[in-house]
Design a protein around this ligand. Structure first.
Ligand code: AMP
Ligand code: GLY
Length: 431
């Protein structure tokens, strides 16, 4: 392993739009000589060597790292983190940026994270946890509607049902706990109070003791314009969030961010890596909607293009516990990302359509991050998933970034291209 800190060989684990944005940031670092990405995607070939190993194949990833002199691995995906990829790499003596299994549970189990917040008085929606459908159903009889049902485990952001009335809520309990639509994630069910307010994603680098907050952003989770339709993995983002004012940030630091990092330490689950706070700015103040143990997708696609500090320096500081003395700076500009999806996502959609216009992006002010793409047998880049591409543009301010991003969406075409037309509409509410 190279310990000089330069000429580094990095293995990035993952293959989505988020990883494509992380790859861009890593490639900008002067410390880095060579990047491998496993399993990667069709958009990453110019910047990294693609390694056909899946994110859950820990032994193969470790063998690869040893035989290819990998100095540091980077993982920011929930499944491998919750399954202990960081522990496995550490046990093999390979340096890795990410969160250990015992701390990744903050995302892996909603019941764990809700109980943590209750124990440490961190503001969140009121809730109850159920392990059998009968008690869940009888609790609902006297509950206030609308109400939110959450399958306990990981469910690709889709294990959350917002139910407007009792009938819908009862059907939801059956879907999660009896029909097991989200598999084992439905062993436990969290039923929680429905909150209203603006949502903000606040991400922080954490080294176990200290955290450094990144610039803020906002996701758009619903499939359709005007926040209609089903919840998705995210249809677009903007950064910064003008609603995350310095006053709100200060309050969040005091009531949410610091207490969470301290709580994890007190629980013997020291948190290192990226901690994602999904926040709702309610009338009673900011509350936690969810924690994630990784960069958000597609939040990363608007955050990292604005990051001025070398990401390798920050990741090293997280691993070494020296984040306190590591600066973290973002440009005084804005970014908007519009996701180009396959029509029909998140339910049913066709794929395999050739994509045109990908060569127009300069990778300075305009980025096209690949998520669901593949190379077909004729060597063409084709659609290969629900969320296909994330088109990100920078601007001096949010309005300019939004105009630039929507202009850039017209450069790219494929047969069943679908996008929301109102990403960043909230910006218009600012006087
Ligand atoms: P989660 O996977 O927990 O982030 O939930 C997905 C989305 O559902 C969130 O981004 C919110 O938009 C919505 N949501 C989750 N919990 C609540 C809640 N208690 N009240 C209102 N909306 C919620
Ligand atoms: N954009 C939400 C998430 O990454 O979970």
């Amino acid at each position: 392993m190279n310990t000089s800190g330069d000429n580094l060989t990095i293995l990035l684990i993952g293959g989505g739009g988020r990883e494509h944005a992380i790859l861009h940031a890593i490639a900008r670092s002067p410390h880095v000589k060579k990047i491998y990405v496993a399993p990667g995607n069709a958009g990453m070939r110019d910047m990294a060597e693609i390694v056909p190993i899946g994110v859950m194949e820990f032994d193969k990833l470790i063998d690869f790292s040893k035989s290819h002199d990998v100095d540091m691995a980077v993982c920011s995906q929930d499944d491998p983190l919750c399954a202990g990829i960081v522990d496995a790499f550490e046990a093999a003596g390979i340096r890795i940026f990410g969160t250990r299994k015992n701390a990744a549970i903050i995302e892996g189990s909603k019941a764990f994270s809700k109980n943590l917040m209750k124990k440490y008085h961190i503001p969140t929606a009121a809730y109850e946890v159920f392990t059998d459908p009968e008690s869940a159903l009888s609790y609902l009889e006297n509950a206030k509607m609308p109400i939110v049902l959450k399958a306990d485990g990981l469910a690709l952001g889709k294990g959350v049902l917002i139910c407007k009335d009792l009938e819908e809520a009862k059907a939801g309990v059956r879907t999660i706990m009896e029909d097991r639509k989200f598999g084992d994630a439905g062993n436990e069910l969290v039923i929680e109070e429905f909150m209203t307010g603006r949502e903000v994603s606040a991400l922080a680098f954490v080294d176990g003791d200290h955290y450094k907050l990144m610039t803020s952003s906002q996701d758009h989770k619903r499939a359709g314009d005007g926040d209609t339709g089903l919840n998705t993995g995210g249809m677009g983002t903007f950064s910064p969030s003008p609603f995350f004012t310095p006053e709100i940030e200060e309050r969040c630091r005091k009531e949410i961010f610091t207490p969470t990092v301290e709580a994890m330490k007190k629980e013997g689950r020291e948190f290192k890596g990226v901690l994602y706070f999904g926040l709702m700015l309610t009338e009673d103040g900011p509350k936690v909607v969810e924690y994630n143990t990784r960069f958000g997708d597609p939040e990363t696609q608007v955050i990292l293009p604005r990051m001025k500090t070398d990401i390798i320096d920050v990741m090293n500081a997280c691993i070494d516990g020296t984040l306190d003395s590591q600066p973290l700076e973002f440009a005084d500009n804005a970014a908007v990302c519009v996701v180009l999806a396959s029509d029909g996502y998140p339910v049913k959609y066709e794929k395999g359509f050739p994509i045109t216009g990908l060569d127009k992006f300069d990778n300075r002010n305009y980025f096209c991050f690949h998520a669901g793409t593949a190379i077909d047998k004729d060597g063409r880049i084709v659609t290969n998933g629900g969320r296909v591409l994330g088109v990100t543009a920078l601007g001096h301010d949010l309005k300019e970034a939004r105009n630039n991003a929507y202009t850039a969406t017209s450069w790219v075409n494929f047969a069943n291209k679908y996008m929301r037309h109102d990403i960043g509409k909230a910006i218009d509410d600012i006087k």
